[in-house]
Design a protein around this ligand. Structure first.
Ligand SMILES: NC(=O)c1ccc[n+]([C@@H]2O[C@H](COP(=O)([O-])OP(=O)(O)OC[C@H]3O[C@@H](n4cnc5c(N)ncnc54)[C@H](OP(=O)(O)O)[C@@H]3O)[C@@H](O)[C@H]2O)c1
Length: 247
């Protein structure tokens, strides 16, 4: 018996990295999982294949979550297909790292739309269904950078800090409907996002992490599963999974 038997989950940005690990773990615990991706259909299909290999259920869900209409249509389709939505993991995210002296308006807007506005689009689309069900678990991927700031990441840090503030407000508004809203704040995690950073900078970062290593996507997924399945009285919180890099 899985911890999420009978539940329906939607994971944005599930084609690789942290989203992939979350989708696989939720499916292992019995949830039917909608795998959102933007461009990487091959990656998303390989996640669906992995889920099918252990008898889990998944569907592909192509959508650019930075666009309100697309994000809302995606949520609607999940509910049309499976009749409900219990767990929403707002995970999709991008970086466009530049110091503010070089950052363009486009860099700013694209990151805010993809990382922060998408969280609002998907949450507000899923909310009415969750309210009717009197059950919902919303987990938003923030970052330690949203708590501490980071050189070259003004756009990213603002989006991730915004997620924390949004999470608290949504938690207050939705608590009476048995909907919890929490944020996960990963530290530096071994995914494509981190591999964009040069090796020299990666070594500098690692030297500042008390645990002396980067996180693994599977370690983030375990915390998401906890929030989705075992954290009935936890809402409005940020769970830091960061090897001690920010306390
Ligand atoms: N890695 C880290 O060190 C780290 C640390 C803290 C927080 N985080 C956060 O954790 C989350 C996952 O990060 P990651 O490292 O796993 O990233 P990643 O490996 O770069 O994967 C990003 C995922 O987001 C999807 N995506 C990007 N733009 C999208 C859009 N407009 N619409 C729909 N999907 C979109 C991508 O889909 P396609 O492949 O189809 O493009 C991909 O599945 C992000 O929110 C990130 O900010 C990561």
């Amino acid at each position: 018996m899985g911890k999420l038997d009978g539940k329906v989950a939607l994971v944005t940005g599930a084609s690789r990295g942290i989203g992939r690990a979350i989708a696989v773990l939720l499916a292992k615990e019995g949830a039917k999982v909608a795998l959102n991706y933007h461009n990487d259909v091959t990656g998303a299909q390989s996640v669906a294949d992995e889920i099918a290999s252990f008898g889990g259920t998944a569907m592909l869900s192509q959508s650019d979550v930075s666009v309100s209409e697309e994000a809302r249509a995606m949520v609607k389709k999940v509910v049309e297909n499976w009749g409900r939505i219990d767990v929403l993991v707002n995970n999709a995210g991008i970086t466009r790292d530049k110091s503010m002296r070089k950052l363009t308006d486009e860099d700013w807007v694209t990151v805010i739309n993809t990382n922060l506005n998408s969280v609002y689009w998907c949450t507000s689309a899923a909310m009415p269904v969750m309210i009717e069900q009197k059950f919902g678990r919303i987990i938003n991927l923030s970052s330690y950078v949203g708590q501490a700031g980071n050189f070259g990441q003004a756009n990213y840090a603002a989006s991730k800090g915004g997620i924390i503030a949004f999470t608290k407000t949504a938690a207050i508004e939705l608590a009476k409907f048995n909907i919890t809203v929490n944020a996960l704040a990963p530290g530096f995690t071994l995914t494509d996002m981190l591999s964009k950073v040069s090796e020299v900078v990666q070594d500098q970062i690692k030297s500042k992490i008390p645990m002396g290593r980067f996180g693994l996507p599977e370690e983030m997924a375990k915390a998401v599963l906890f929030l989705a399945a075992d954290a009935d009285y936890i809402t409005g919180q940020q769970i830091n999974v960061n090897g001690g890099v920010f306390m």
